[in-house]
Design a protein around this ligand. Structure first.
Ligand code: B3K
Ligand code: ZN
Length: 861
């Protein structure tokens, strides 16, 4: 990496020191201009530490002037470099005024103040505020903000910031001038500013204590009807947080703005959430059931941050999981209460088993509280977020729901208005539970996926069952020694002829045994019910055991999991034995047939039971991933099921009737099950007309996508006919075109390379828009294993070229895209070479961003 001559020094958690200066008030004035926005910042500063200079963070700012208590500073009074402004002499208390200019128009990184089309908007988490003004850009500096925004009154009817609006007028130059005040002290990452012209949906929410909150949702002109689901979701979230945790909203106004250019999903800025429009806008014609689900969950997530994140924030960025793991847990619980709890859990488990386990096995492995970070944006990961949420869930399992809720209340009360740590959170939990959580704390500092091995012994003469568990966490790239963790293992003892029993086992040693007395019949043990811990499990199941669990277990997640295990084992066997083929037991077909004939009331659950594990889930079972044989076995099994059960799939499909589109649980289930049937049938030659009919008869995007995805499976002309029609029909709707791009990029045939090239020329494609880039290239690298992992390396090359093309524009998104290349060590020698070559090509470029550098260098070293 010699060509990269920037100093690249990681920050370490161990080096944390409290801020040398506090800031009580920030008075910010932004005079908006695309090329030169003038930012005047007046800071009330107080010294906490003697004899140190005041060092402020700042990037890509043009400094105009600095003054202390009204006195203009000269060049000798401070030092300026590309990352900071250091002022040498600062009194115990003073007023610091800094003026600088920024150019939102040229901000393609989408951090700080930037333009999303004609709209000005901000993204400050993690370290974007330093691109707006010089400031101690760290989450433990909390200040009260007053913000003035000035912009052309005609073009910018809405000038928004955090808190309450205190004044608005148009000055004599035709500028609209709006002032905002946020009474809650906050870190600068929660600052937000938006200026634009929108359609606005308004509503009101009355809190449990009777306060009226005005709700406002800002969307692109003309999109007003697409905002109502998000607004309804917001009200549901507000009510849920009151009912479940007694948490009430605290300002008089709550605003959500949807923008078209956004690096992630959304941002929880105090009182002014900014959202990727993908997670706000929905109607039946253009959004799928999954889109609706995501909107409700992300609207909930950002709202829940108001307490877990905003009222109590993080002391430093290493503590990110304090707010993110907890808030993901809260949004999962919300979604579970709004719809099917089992389905939500299955989704969460899938994510952990694919992306999170893969991250643990990669060079980017880190604990949910990382210890060393070069670019913070690289740590908004499935580990911090989703494994973080699993850790919170385990805590709830261990303490019980009520004690957990009390612990949360104590934590929020104790640290309200403060920047806290993960330890503070655990301390509150420990205090209410009167339970020692010191071993549990290891989940915060230890990375990697624990492997549990379970065995059982039944003694009929003594009516005793002994179950044994062992745990072992393999070394990760950054941490070799692992300690035994405290793991809650929920089990169910299932019997052929009598009621089952459920138990919670606590595993806290390397190996433990548990004795059950009075057991008069050998049970089948359902291990890790509801995925009670984020671990891999190895248990001695027979095929019959798994099919028994799949049909009888109380917990839906366990039933689904048994089928996943069944298939994973069969596929693994086939991979190991080669072409000779694995014989599938007749009992399996009987069960599948039964589900198809009597899909029951929970059709979505039935759909899950009938779905094979995907490539990524299967891949996580191997240290060295046998790409070709995995893909071909997966196809063979799918084909076999389609052939053997064609009549059942077809009957089930035909029997499922549904009225006009509604986003409602029962209907979602019916659509999902029909889609699964269609997908299998698409493997066969004589179902083309069904695909055409499904597409043509669809009155909603869910069914349309089901037809297109199924058509993608069938190796015939249907897909190209349908996708052409789809692309034409939706050529003016960027969010729907993203679906089209993703479908094109995830086709398994080799024409994909040419077609991606064609899509790059589409009028709606733009390298500057993260949604577009992800639609094409994340779909290609994550959902097209056949072509991405081509043995000739063409797929890796395409991704490397894309990363290099994107990095100068948007490092954050470029660094996300590079992820699938990092795990090159897990592939065969030829692929290893190709992947490494791609990484080396990236590493060899001069001036790659810290974002990309950190990941690529961790992978190559
Ligand atoms: N807190 C933001 C994520 C910010 C990511 C910065 N790279 C959204 C969320 O988790 O709610
Ligand atoms: Zn979050």
């Amino acid at each position: 990496m010699s060509q990269n001559n920037l100093p690249r020094t990681a920050k370490r958690l161990a080096d944390y020191t409290a801020p040398a200066f506090s800031i009580s008030h920030v008075d910010l004035c932004c005079e908006l201009d695309a090329e030169a926005t003038r930012v005047t910042s007046v800071l009330q500063i107080k010294r906490n530490l003697a004899d140190v200079a005041l060092k402020l963070d700042g990037q890509q700012l043009t400094l105009i002037s600095v003054a202390i208590d009204g006195r203009l500073l000269g060049a000798a009074d401070y030092q300026l470099d590309a990352e900071s402004l250091t002022i040498f002499t600062v009194a115990q208390q003073c007023e610091l005024t800094i003026i600088c200019d920024i150019a939102p128009q040229h901000n393609t990184a989408l951090e700080g103040l930037y333009m999303a089309g004609d709209t000005y908007c901000t993204q400050c988490e993690a370290e974007g505020f330093r691109r707006i003004s010089y400031f101690p850009d760290r989450p433990d500096v909390l200040a009260e903000y007053k913000v003035t925004i000035k912009a052309d009154a005609k073009r910018y009817p809405y000038l928004l910031s955090n808190g309450n609006k205190i004044s608005e007028h148009i000055d004599d130059q035709g500028l609209r001038v709006v002032q905002w005040h946020d009474p809650f002290p906050k870190p600068c990452y929660l600052f937000a500013l938006v200026a634009g012209d929108f359609d606005v949906l308004t509503d009101e929410f009355v809190t449990q204590s009777g306060r009226k909150v005005s709700l406002q949702l800002f969307v692109d002109k003309g999109a007003i009807t697409k905002g109502s689901f998000a607004l309804e979701s917001l009200k549901r979230a507000m009510q849920w947080d009151e009912q479940r945790y007694g948490l009430e909203y605290d300002l008089d106004i709550y605003m959500v703005v949807a923008v078209d250019f956004f690096n992630m999903g959304a941002m929880e800025n105090k009182g002014l959430n900014i959202f990727n429009s993908k997670y706000v806008l929905a109607d039946a014609a253009s959004a799928t059931d999954r889109d609706y689900f995501n909107i409700e969950s992300i609207i909930g997530h950002e709202y829940f941050h108001n307490w877990t994140g905003n009222r109590v924030t993080c002391r430093d960025w290493f503590q990110l999981s304090l707010k993110e793991g907890l808030t993901v847990f809260r949004d999962q619980e919300f979604s579970a209460d709004m719809g099917s709890a089992t389905l939500c859990r299955i989704d969460a488990v899938k994510l952990i088993r694919t992306a999170q386990f893969a991250e643990d096995a990669s060079p980017m492995a880190h604990p949910i509280r990382p210890e060393q970070v070069l670019e913070m944006n690289n740590f908004y990961t499935v580990t911090v977020y989703d494994k973080g949420a699993e850790v919170i869930r385990m805590l709830q399992t261990l303490l019980g729901r009520d004690t957990f809720a009390k612990g949360l209340a104590l934590y929020l009360q104790r640290h309200d208005g403060q920047a806290a740590t993960c330890d503070d959170f655990l301390q509150a939990m420990q205090d209410v539970a009167a339970q020692d959580l010191s071993q549990f704390r290891l989940w915060y500092s230890q990375s990697g996926t624990p492997l549990l091995t379970a065995t059982q012994h039944y003694d009929a003469t003594r009516s005793q069952l002994v179950v044994s568990l062992t745990q072992q966490t393999p070394p990760t790239t950054e941490q070799t020694d692992k300690q035994p963790l405290l793991i809650p293992v929920q089990i169910e003892l299932l019997y052929k002829g009598k009621a089952s029993q459920r138990h919670l086992l606590l595993l806290n040693e390397i190996e433990q045994q548990y004795l059950f007395e009075g057991i008069t019949e050998a049970p089948v043990v359902v291990w890790l019910e509801h995925f009670s811990a984020p671990v891999k499990l190895s248990a001695q199941y027979t095929d019959d055991d798994l099919l028994f669990i799949a049909s009888q277990a109380t917990d839906g997640v366990a039933r689904w999991d048994a089928m996943q295990q069944f298939w994973s084992r069969k596929i693994a066997q086939q991979v190991a034995e080669g072409a000779t083929g694995v014989v599938l037991p007749p009992a399996l077909f009987k069960l599948l047939q039964h589900w198809l004939e009597q899909p029951g009331s929970d059709k979505a659950m039935t759909a899950e039971l009938l779905t094979l594990p995907d490539f990524d889930t299967l891949a996580e079972q191997y240290q060295l991933i046998p790409v070709d044989s995995l893909l071909s076995c997966l196809n063979q099994f799918k084909q076999l099921l389609a052939e053997q059960l064609a009549a059942s799939f077809s009957n089930c499909y035909n029997a499922l009737k549904i009225g006009p589109y509604q986003y409602q649980d029962q209907d979602v289930g019916v659509r999902r099950l029909r889609a699964v049937c269609l997908n299998y049938l698409a493997q066969l030659n004589n179902y083309q007309s069904l695909l055409h009919a499904h597409y043509a008869n669809s009155d909603n995007m869910t069914d349309t996508m089901a037809a297109l995805t199924a058509a993608q499976q069938s190796e015939n002309e249907v897909f190209s006919q349908l996708i052409n029609d789809f692309g034409k029909r939706w050529q003016h709707d960027a969010l729907v075109m993203d679906k089209c791009f993703a479908l094109v990029a995830s086709q398994s045939g080799e024409q994909v390379f040419e077609e991606i090239d064609t899509m790059l020329m589409h009028p709606l494609f733009s390298w500057k828009n993260p949604n577009r880039v992800r639609a094409l290239f994340s779909a290609f690298s994550l959902r097209n294993p056949q072509q991405f992992h081509r043995a000739d390396g063409k797929g890796y090359q395409l991704l490397a070229d894309t990363v290099l093309r994107l990095d100068p524009l948007n490092p954050q998104v470029a660094a996300r895209l590079v992820t699938p290349l990092l795990s090159w060590r897990r592939f065969d020698t030829d692929r290893q070479q190709q992947m490494r070559a791609a990484l080396q090509q990236i590493a060899g470029q001069s001036n790659i961003s810290n974002d990309v550098y950190e990941k690529v260098s961790r992978s190559l070293n």
